[in-house]
Design a protein around this ligand. Structure first.
Ligand SMILES: Cc1cc2nc3c(=O)[nH]c(=O)nc-3n(C[C@H](O)[C@H](O)[C@H](O)COP(=O)(O)OP(=O)(O)OC[C@H]3O[C@@H](n4cnc5c(N)ncnc54)[C@H](O)[C@@H]3O)c2cc1C
Ligand code: FES
Length: 280
């Protein structure tokens, strides 16, 4: 069992949890993830290791409450425990050789995954600009954490209610056209966001790493659930990723595959909501 030591509500649909997991905390590197199961009936669900404290033996997860498993996880509090936590899984993020200036782009809850990347690169002494995009001011997360761990933070909202009005791709294009030269861009967020960041960076010939979120089951390369097409070849995101060269990824296929269970997920979500409300 893995004990939750801290729980913070970051916005109405995003929660941060610190969980006791000394083995994972001792080994985790930026870009890696865990797979958890809340209980015996639980699905196996991947979440990125947003932070870890090697001395305390804890890892931090930041998750959006979207369906059954994340609703069940969010129903727990500090002091409660979850059944399984496997990790660290996946390959750590690897920058192109010699990169000095990078732009880390996060969209929505993708900022939770972008944050450890920005923090690690900034602490290695690189110049790290962060572009963080949200739909509106009320769902902005991790602003202070990013500010403390990057050279410059550009916060954008789609509706202009906070920071710069517009999409992260607009802010990125503006910076590149103003003469800022990036050795690499790391983009993490909704699939359409990553796809269109790659359109911009391809135009300017900038290496781009994306962190993919296909449906995962075992997380060890055996079930094939997480397969994605990269450079025309089938790759397993759980063991060969989740980071890939964004200019080579078939984003449209990934989007189709992620939607395959939508109806069943919606049914389960309603059922879980009713169960959780019934248990209050
Ligand atoms: C490597 C990786 C890291 C991730 N890191 C984070 C993170 O740090 N924070 C965060 O909020 N989300 C993260 N996700 C997405 C997260 O796994 C899904 O939101 C979660 O699985 C939803 O499960 P659910 O039962 O709550 O929702 P469901 O209703 O079951 O599903 C909602 C949507 O989540 C996705 N999903 C469902 N089951 C899985 C699964 N087993 N594997 C992957 N995706 C699934 C599908 O796109 C689905 O349409 C990550 C995904 C991957 C692959
Ligand atoms: S999750 Fe099963 S092969 Fe990757």
């Amino acid at each position: 069992m893995f004990r939750i030591v801290n729980k913070t509500v970051l916005n109405p649909s995003v929660t941060r949890m610190e969980i006791e997991a000394p083995y994972i905390a001792g080994k985790a590197l930026p870009g890696q993830f865990v797979i958890f199961r809340v209980d015996e009936q639980g699905e196996r669900v991947p979440l990125t290791i947003a932070d870890c404290d090697r001395e305390q033996g804890t890892i931090t997860l930041i998750f959006q409450i979207v369906g059954t498993s994340t609703m069940k996880l969010n129903a727990l509090d500090a002091g409660d425990s979850i059944l399984d936590l496997a990790g660290p899984l996946g390959l750590p993020t690897k920058l192109p050789e010699g990169a000095r200036r990078v732009c880390v782009i996060g969209g929505g809850v993708g900022c939770a995954i972008a944050y450890p990347q920005a923090k690690a690169l900034f602490r290695q002494g690189l110049t790290v600009d962060v572009i963080a995009g949200f739909r509106s001011k009320d769902i902005v997360i991790l602003e202070d954490e990013f500010r403390a761990n990057c050279t410059e933070l550009i916060l954008c909202t789609d509706d202009g209610s906070y920071g710069k009005k517009g999409f992260v791709t607009d802010a990125l294009r503006e910076r590149i056209e103003s003469g800022v030269q990036y050795d690499c861009v790391i983009a993490i967020g909704p699939i359409p966001m990553m796809k269109f960041v790659c359109v911009v960076t391809k135009e300017f010939g900038i290496r781009t790493i994306v962190s993919l979120n296909p449906i995962m089951v075992d997380g060890t390369g055996m079930c094939g659930g997480c397969r994605v097409t990269v450079g025309g070849k089938t790759r397993y995101a759980c063991v060969e990723g989740p980071d890939f060269d964004g200019h080579e990824v078939d984003f449209d296929e990934l989007m189709r595959r992620n939607g395959v269970f939508r109806e069943r997920e919606a049914e389960c979500r309603m059922l879980t909501q009713a169960q959780l409300e019934g248990g209050k």
